[in-house]
Design a protein around this ligand. Sequence first.
Ligand code: GDP
Length: 608
Amino acid sequence: MGGGVARGNGEVVRLPRGASLADFADRINANPGSLVQVVFTELGEMVTATQSCTDETLQLLGAQLGYDVQIVTPEEEDAELLTRFDLSFGGDYGDEAELTPRPPVVTIMGHVDHGKTRLLDAIRSTDVVKGEAGGITQHIGAYQVHHPVEGGVREITFIDTPGHEAFTAMRARGAKVTDIAVLVVAADDGVKPQTIEALNHAQAADVPIVVAVNKVDKEGADPAKVRGQLTEYGLVAEEYGGTTMFVDVSAKAGTGLEDLLDAILLTADAALELFADASVDAQGVAIEARLDKGRGPVATVLVQRGTLRVGDSIVAGDAFGRVRAMLNERGENVEAAGPAQPVQVLGFTSVPGAGDNFLVVGEDRMARQIAEQRQARERNAALAQTRGRPTLESLFERLKDGEKTQLNLILKGDVSGSVEAVEDALLKIDVGEEVSLRIIGRGVGAITENDINLAKASEAVILGFNVRPEGNARELAEREHVDIRYYSVIYAAIEDIEAALKGMLKPIYEEAQLGTAEVREVFRSSKFGNIAGCLVRSGTIVRNSSARLVRDGVVVAENLKIESLQRFKDAATEVREGFECGIGLGSYNDIKADDVIETFEMREVPRK
Ligand code: GDP
C-alpha cells in the first residue's frame, strides 16, 4: 500500500477543483508517478499525472495516503483570489452613510403569447426622456424608463429579454439581477402552465410579483377570472384583501401602463429596500454580450453598486478590459453609469458570459491577472468534468455492451444569451437513463483550436450558433475528425441533438424478410456439404443473409446463414424472384425437397 509514497498524518491538503496528480504530488513532495500508481492499484482508475481528477478521486487518494484533502470550490478560489487583490464581491451595499435609493430592476415573465414582448415595447415607448435619437431605439438587453411621480421623476430598469429562462439561467450563475417580476397573464386566456412556472421561478428567487393582466381590450377578456385563478397560487389581489398588485393593461392599446409603473414602484417601496452606494468602484452583472464585427466584444452590464466610468479597468467572469466607451439604450455615449443603470460597454478583450459578475479594479494588470486565473480555473474545471470516472470496471462494462452512453457537447455562439438558452433547452431533453448529455464547454465567439482540442480530448461534438471555425481550427477539426455542426436557429439544434441521442440509445431491431426459396432438389457435395437446388419464390436471396428452414409450415432450423449462393456454376451475391439457384447452409445438412428457405435481415427501427 502507498506505493512508496510517504504517508501523511491527517495533514490538510487544499487543492483546487480539477487539480491533477502532479499538483497533489507537488503539495506533499511526492513523485507524481507513484501517485499514478496508487490511484491505479488502489482505486482502479487510470489517470495520467497531468490529467485533471474528480473531487472524489482526489479525496479517496488523500484518504489512502493519510491526508485530509479539501477541494477548494471555484467560488472559494475566486473569493481568495479577490482578497489577494484586496477586493471583494457582493456583501454589503457599500458605506451605510453613502446609501442612496436606486431604481428597481424588473423582469417580465409569463406564458408564451400572453404579450411579454409587446408589453416591453409599449413600456419602452412611454419613456418621457427622449434622446438625440428620439427615445429608446437600441436593444442592449435592458432599458430604463423615467416615470413621473408626485414630486419628480423616478426610474425603473427593465430587463429586455422576457421570460423566466434567462432569469433562471443568470440566477444559476449566481447573479441576482431582478428585484421585481411582472407576471403577464392574458385576460382572454387565463393562467397557463408557463404562468405557474414563471411564478415558481420568481417565488424561488424571493422576488416580489406584480401581475399585469394583459389584453383587456380583447373580446372575452375576463380580468376577474385571472385574479381568481391566481389566488390558488398564493397571489391574492389587494382588492381581495391580499398583498399582490394586479393591474389591467393592454399592451396593444397602450392602456394601464402608467398604473403598472406605479404598481411596480409601490411594490418596490413596500417590499424592498433598494439602496446602493454610488460613490465606490462599480460592481454588477453582465446581462448580455456578443462579439461585434466592427467593435469587438460588446457587453451590456447592469451596475449594481458604485459608478462605472469610461477608463475603468474591469473584469467580468474570465473576461477583462478597460472601458473604452459606454452607450445607453438611446445609443448615446455616457461617461458614467450608476446603480441599476444598464450600459453597453466597449473595451473588453473577450466576451463575458451572461450572468457573470463584473467589478472594477485598480489597474489593467490586476484585471488581466484575475481574468487569467479565472480562465485557468475554468479550463481545469472543464477538464475535470470531462473525465467522469473511467474505472476499469465501468470502462469494460461500457465497451462490453454499450450500456452507458454519454454525449459530450461544446456550445459556441455569437451571443451569450443564445448559448445559455441552448444549454438550458438541451438539459431539458428527456432521453431516459441509458444516455446522458453533458455540456463540457461553452463560449461566445468563433470556434477555436482550443475548442477542437477539448472536443477531441473528450470525444465531444461542437455546436456552433452563427459562428464558424477561425484560422486553422477548421483544418484541425478535419484532421482530428471532430464533428462540428452549424446552426442559426436554436430549435433546429435541439431537434438534431434529440435525434442523435435517440440514435445513441440501444437500437431496436426488427426482422425484415428479404426473400424465400423453395427447395427442388438436394445435391450432395463432399466438399461443400448439401446444396439445395432452389427456385426463388419471392424477394431476393442474398448471400450471407440470415436464414431459417421451414418444412410443412413449421420452422425446423433457426440461426442459419446463406453461406454459399450459386447461379449454375458461378458464385452469386444475390438471386432474384423467379430464378433458380444453389444454396448452401454451411454445416447444416438436413435439407429436403419442398422445404422453404426464408431469408431476412435485422433492421433498426427508428425510435418514436
Ligand atoms: P410573448 O410571447 O408573451 O412575448 O407575446 P407577444 O408580445 O409576442 O404577443 C403575442 C401576441 O399577442 C401578439 O400577436 C401581440 O400583438 C398580441 N398582443 C399582445 N398584447 C396584446 C394586447 O394587449 N391586446 C391584444 N389584442 N393583443 C395583444
